[in-house]
Design a protein around this ligand. Structure first.
Ligand code: C2O
Length: 506
């Protein structure tokens, strides 16, 4: 099923579930009552796995569930955009002493946001939730729901976010940002006609990410805290490392660093990341049941619509309906992420074999750094593998390349990193459809906590493909790192060093 490109919308899914789409779509409906939704969802699922306990506890039955819609389908005067502009303006008008002011809201991100670990998704969901509440409060429009920017279908930053007169263009505000060097204006490294690169956001790439079944490889790896100072330190996995980080670095300016929420597009970018998490759950994938994830509280990070401290636990972020919203692409209640949760062991606990190599060579733009990890024998069966399209698992085994001990680049915007395996002819122009290509990732912002950045890259598929082509990795897996500038960009201070590569068989 293809879901990322949006060709199977909410209406289509309702229809295929035997429901009349007009039931939901009819009235340009912004909100539905929870009662209506519950009725819709139990009709769709007819499965006993649905658990509404948290929903009931969190809200009265009549509390509206708002629908977050895609910005791509909106006219410039869409009520959602009108309200959003009003909120952005009102937040800029607040004094810095008010924690709801535009600058203070961005500061929350700089001070608290977790990156490169499994708190990334729930933290940003809570961040958006409280921000949306503040938008409703300050705009006076209580039906407001944040729009999302689906870069897969609309790879350019939407036109309404451009122009000196646009309240959604960061150049209009020229907010101070000492995280970003050089400081703007212009506050973006791109123009209105630039498209986010396909290798980060195309439908096949996003479908591959949504097809992931392992929670940590979807949502990033287990860490001891949002900004860990003791192991485990986590690791950036596919959703965060590829579309999330690359889109940040593609836009650049504010978006290239941790004061990125100063750019009004930030909130729509994260809304889309959040939507993909909902989509992933809706496909029947459960979040981890690990209490170290569920019971973590973001204690001092957020403020509510009145500016009062608002602590929230990870488990309270799992179901968007409990937070009062769903997406127009997904009837979120089809699959409750906390239902049918199998007891899961963190990836690290299931490691069968681990091989490692260290490195001290600096990675420079357009130059490959190959780090060769010796292995005793092929890690995946080299015999003919069934060509059923399910190359993701081979005899149930997965192989990951973990890039750790990284000395990060001074600046993270404007470039990305292609990762190849055992490619004898690798050059800066080797395309991403080469059989040796594994993925593309990017760095984002500074890493907080003491673990430093790390990437967890799935190489199951590339190893399987090379086996099929008669080029099996028999005695070594060379992980090749190829940093490249984004089209039209000339980034500087991009040097970094990947100190260690581990090849992990799970
Ligand atoms: Cu905490 Cu996309 O950023």
């Amino acid at each position: 099923m293809r879901i990322a490109s949006g060709d199977h919308g909410f209406a289509t899914r309702l229809a295929s579930a035997g429901l009349d789409p007009r039931f939901i779509k009819g009235v340009g409906l912004q909100t539905m009552t929870r009662r209506t939704l519950l009725a819709a969802s139990s009709a769709i699922t007819a499965a006993p796995m649905v658990n509404f306990g948290l929903v009931r506890r969190a809200h009265a039955q009549s509390e509206p569930v708002r629908i977050r819609r895609g910005v791509g389908a909106m006219q410039p005067d869409d009520p959602v955009l009108v309200t959003y502009r009003r909120a952005v303006e009102a937040m800029h008008a607040l004094p810095p002493s008010d924690p709801r002011s535009w600058q203070r809201q961005a500061q929350i991100h700089l001070d608290h946001c977790p990156h490169g670990n499994w708190f990334f998704l729930p933290w940003h969901r809570a961040y958006l939730f409280y921000f949306e509440e503040i938008c409703r409060q300050l705009s006076g429009n209580d039906t407001f729901a944040l729009p999302y920017w689906n870069w897969t279908s609309d790879p350019q930053v939407p036109a309404v976010f451009w122009g000196e007169d646009s309240l959604l263009d960061p150049d209009h505000w020229n907010d101070p940002d000492n995280e970003t060097l050089p400081s703007g204006p212009p506050w973006r490294g791109i123009g209105p006609n630039d498209s986010a690169p396909a290798f980060a956001i195309s439908a096949p790439v996003i479908d591959g990410i949504i097809g992931e079944t392992e929670f940590e490889q979807f949502a990033s790896l287990k860490a001891s805290a949002p900004r860990p100072t003791s192991p485990p330190f986590g690791g950036t996995a596919s959703l965060e490392g590829t579309p999330h980080n690359i889109v940040h670095g593609f836009i650049g300016g504010h978006m290239g660093a941790f004061l990125s929420p100063l750019d009004p597009i930030f909130w729509l970018h994260h809304c889309n990341i959040d939507r993909l998490w909902v989509e992933w759950n809706a496909l029947g994938n459960a979040n981890t049941g690990d209490p170290e994830w569920l019971d973590l509280e973001f204690a001092r990070d957020f403020v509510d619509r009145n500016g009062s401290p608002a602590p929230i636990m990870v488990r309270a972020t799992e179901e968007t309906t409990a937070l009062g919203y769903i997406y127009d692409t997904t009837p979120a209640l089809v699959a409750q992420p906390s239902a049918a949760r199998a007891p899961t062991t963190a990836l690290a606990g299931r490691t069968e074999q681990r091989f490692a190599a260290t490195n001290d060579r600096v990675s420079l733009l357009a130059r490959p750094t190959g780090i060769s990890v010796p292995i005793p024998e092929p890690l995946l069966p080299t015999a003919a593998v069934a060509l059923d399209g399910r190359t993701r698992t081979t005899a149930g085994r997965r192989v990951f390349a973990r890039l750790t001990d990284i000395a990060p680049p001074a600046r993270t915007a404007g470039f990305y990193v292609n990762v190849f395996i055992n490619c004898p002819y690798l050059s800066a122009t080797t395309p991403t459809n080469d059989p040796h290509y594994a993925t593309s990732v990017a760095f984002f912002g500074h890493q907080h906590g003491s673990g430093g950045p790390a990437f967890n890259i799935d190489i199951t598929e590339v190893l399987t493909r090379l086996n099929r082509l008669g080029r099996p990795a028999t005695d070594r897996i060379e992980v090749q790192i190829m940093p490249l500038p984004l089209p039209g960009r000339e980034p500087s201070d991009t040097e970094f060093t990947v100190g260690k590569v581990e090849v992990v068989l799970v």
